[in-house]
Design a protein. Structure first.
Length: 259
């Protein structure tokens, strides 16, 4: 099915969710790139470079889907101000330390993958064509993040505390911003765009149970929406830092754009 085959309500919900996933992937790529030279090892720096490239490529594919909804993907990708971004708010500022990078890989990147899985076998043709390749590339991210989470969890207490604090701050935001709420999930599942409502959040809880248990934590299955929630942007009030958005839009390379 194409976007035009869905009801207006389904199209609106699907468009909002795709934009949220695309913006979050674009900003996550920026945050990974911040650590190309600051990672604990050369190998880890190379890994963040690879993951950054993946996220940028995935974001571009998701932005391109918006054309099905009558939206100009070039304008969305390169022209919007920070106040119009729909990315998860835990990426508004740079990761504070390497523990936060690891939490971002496991929690934010992992939640993004889970959200995309819901589209991979659904009725939306564009998603079925493009998302399986994204998920195949995400397997490395998952392995990298979990390996580092085990390493930090088994290490010094200070590192464990930093990691636990980062996970605790990111997880509610990732769940509410990237996984459909009950009403949205019911709507998208009814149109066979995604799986059964509630499945994604339950699966996320199961996936995070083991790595979080090492930190003495239990994933929150259904965190409440924040009081300043903006439904049209699928996030709380606020916006990404301006320098990150300038990089995301490619402002310094605008004269070189070739589409």
């Amino acid at each position: 099915m194409n976007a035009r085959d869905f009801s207006p309500e389904v199209r609106e919900a699907l468009q909002r969710l795709i934009l949220s996933l695309a913006d979050t992937k674009r900003l996550l790529g920026i945050r990974y790139s911040d650590w190309l030279l600051g990672a604990p090892s050369i190998e880890s720096g190379i890994a963040t470079a690879s993951m950054s490239q993946d996220e940028w490529g995935h974001a571009r594919l998701l932005y391109a889907m918006l054309k099905d909804f009558g939206v100009d993907p070039v304008e969305v990708e390169h022209s919007r101000p920070p106040a119009e971004y729909c990315s998860a708010s835990c990426l508004d500022e740079p990761f504070a330390d390497w523990a936060a990078v690891v939490a971002g890989v496991v929690v934010v990147d992992g939640t993004l993958s889970l959200a995309l899985e819901g589209f991979a076998t659904g009725a939306y043709d564009a998603a079925r064509r493009r998302i399986p390749k994204m998920l195949a590339e995400e397997a490395f991210h998952r392995d990298f993040g979990q390996a580092w989470m085990r390493r930090i969890s088994e290490g010094a207490e200070e590192g464990r505390q930093f990691l636990a604090a980062a996970v605790e701050s990111m997880l509610p935001d990732a769940v509410t911003c990237l996984l459909p709420g009950d009403d949205e999930a019911e709507l998208l599942a009814g149109a066979e765009v995604t799986g059964h409502p509630g499945d994604a959040r339950a699966r996320l809880g199961r996936r995070l149970a083991e790595p979080l248990a090492a930190l003495g934590m239990v994933p929150a299955a259904d965190p409440p929406l924040p009081g300043d929630w903006i439904a049209s942007r699928r996030r709380p009030a606020g916006e990404p830092a301006g320098d990150a958005v300038e990089r995301a839009r490619g402002d310094r390379n605008r004269a070189l754009f070739v589409e």
